[in-house]
Design a protein around this ligand. Structure first.
Ligand SMILES: Nc1ncnc2c1ncn2[C@@H]1O[C@H](COP(=O)(O)OP(=O)(O)O)[C@@H](O)[C@H]1O
Ligand SMILES: N[C@@H](CC(=O)OP(=O)(O)O)C(=O)O
Length: 424
């Protein structure tokens, strides 16, 4: 039993779906579960739609029409017969959202978000399953909400592993003995059968949950890059593929923000010793990256960039020392405002923290912190994390930068910096 995960980039258009089918066709003899995300950047568009609906903006219906048109254009390219059942199926899939948008938004925003945004995965998997069927593949569409059970934390559903494992064993295992199954990443359901999502980019995590519960022999995630590289090629010109990675290094890279893998993906696989293969859907037979328990150290230093960082420095108002009591107080405020810390440094009289800059959260956090502390802050900063660093790599990324904060451990160096203002 193998699990494949195809993300939005792999199914961003009709040629993407055709390519997916070709990859599946070359593997058809195996028991296979295929986990698919929403097409292209449709989740962003659905977030926009949710926002418009919550704000009761005039463009709400127009945004929904754009989402529908995007999918129907793909259908037209894949199914020349306009009477194909899939057209009705997709139209019907949008009906629930249409009904929801007709009502006033009285429910909690996070709940509404999940009911709307999840439609992206439902529709993409229906299109993929219908196309695979058309190409002669023995395939069944399955609703991931029957298997992935979560608590009621909308937008960040926490998995009920026991129930999820039971349902996968009871309903999915027998199905997989008969056909290839296509299901959704990113979504689950509560005990009352309301849809939840697992957090942005959560389809890799879904695929890992399925793999762990099925005791799969491997999980392959199909990406638009040749594997895990030592830096994001969107930011770095000279990247190198890392052929083998330990679970440990993969977790660290994902934790520090290498967006190639969702940070929650690795642990369920590591627990069951299931290899994770990162492969290119553009060159499916090429070697990619194998992530396993083998103790492969990263062969080269790896770089993870994050832009749009905020840095705040917190001082006790009386300039006394930062003690454990202050830290406990400070951390509870970060928790309260759901601000995820990227770097932190403690000194005698100050505590500095960097995080992704969200203006509303920053203002609310500073307002709360200012009750007991003096707070200074900077925005518009960059954070670079280097795994297996040396001075040469630090020098390489800090050219024309002012270093504002530097935190080093034995293996990892984090630098918060900003562009130097160069005067002629
Ligand atoms: N270390 C890295 N190696 C390779 N790709 C990376 C790395 N860090 C970030 N990326 C980015 O991850 C992208 C693929 O992940 P993502 O867009 O989430 O795929 P999908 O939506 O298909 O799951 C690449 O296009 C690349 O820009
Ligand atoms: N569609 C969801 C879930 C996801 O993981 O997508 P992708 O595999 O394209 O990153 C999102 O964009 O957040």
């Amino acid at each position: 039993m193998e699990v494949y995960k195809f993300g939005g980039a792999s199914v961003k258009d009709a040629p993407g779906v055709i390519n997916l089918a070709a990859i599946v066709a070359s593997q058809e003899q195996k028991e296979l579960l295929i986990v698919v995300s929403a097409m292209g950047k449709i989740t962003n568009k659905l977030e926009e739609l949710t926002h418009a609906y919550l704000e009761q903006q005039d463009n709400t219906n127009q945004l929904l029409e754009e989402v529908k048109a995007f999918h129907f254009n793909i259908l037209t390219d894949l199914f020349s017969d306009q009477n194909d059942q899939v057209y009705n199926d997709i139209a019907n899939s949008f009906v629930e959202v249409e009904w929801l948008l007709e009502e006033e938004p009285n429910d909690a925003p996070d709940y509404i978000y999940d009911q709307i945004v999840s439609i992206g995965e439902i529709v993409s998997t229906k299109i993929v399953a219908a196309y695979l069927k058309k190409t002669g593949c023995n395939v069944t569409w399955a609703d991931a909400r029957n298997f992935i059970h979560t608590d009621n934390t909308y937008r960040e559903g926490r998995v009920n592993w026991e129930k999820t494992e039971q349902e996968i064993f009871r309903k999915l295992v027998p199905l997989l003995e008969q056909t290839i199954v296509v299901t959704q990443g990113f979504i689950g359901s509560t005990s009352e059968n309301f849809t939840t999502t697992l957090g942005r980019d959560g389809s890799d995590y879904s695929a890992a949950i399925f793999s762990a519960c099925l005791n799969a022999s491997s999980l392959t995630i199909w990406k638009d890059v040749p594997g895990v590289l030592n830096a994001d090629p969107k930011w770095f010109d000279e990247t190198e593929r890392i052929p083998r990675l330990s679970y440990h290094d993969a977790i660290e890279l994902a934790y520090y923000g290498a967006t190639i893998i969702h940070p929650k993906t690795i642990k369920p696989l590591q627990n069951k010793n299931i290899p994770l293969y990162v492969r290119s859907f553009l060159d499916p037979v090429a070697e990619g990256t194998d992530i396993t328990s083998a103790d492969n150290h990263l062969p080269v230093p790896s770089f993870i960039f994050k832009v749009n960082q905020a840095l705040i420095s917190i001082f006790p108002k009386d300039f006394s020392f930062i003690i454990e009591e202050n830290l406990s107080d400070i951390f509870s405020l970060f928790h309260k405002h759901k601000v995820k810390i990227n770097t932190m440094l403690n000194s005698a009289i100050s505590f500095s923290v960097s995080f992704d800059h969200d203006p509303a959260k920053l203002a609310a956090l500073i307002a709360d912190l200012s009750v007991h502390y003096k707070v200074k802050y900077n925005t518009g900063l960059e954070l670079v994390t280097i795994r297996y660093y040396n001075q040469q790599t630090i020098d390489r990324v800090t050219v024309n930068k002012n270093i504002i904060l530097e935190v080093k451990s034995r293996t990892t160096c984090q630098i918060v910096m900003r562009d130097k203002i160069i005067t002629e």
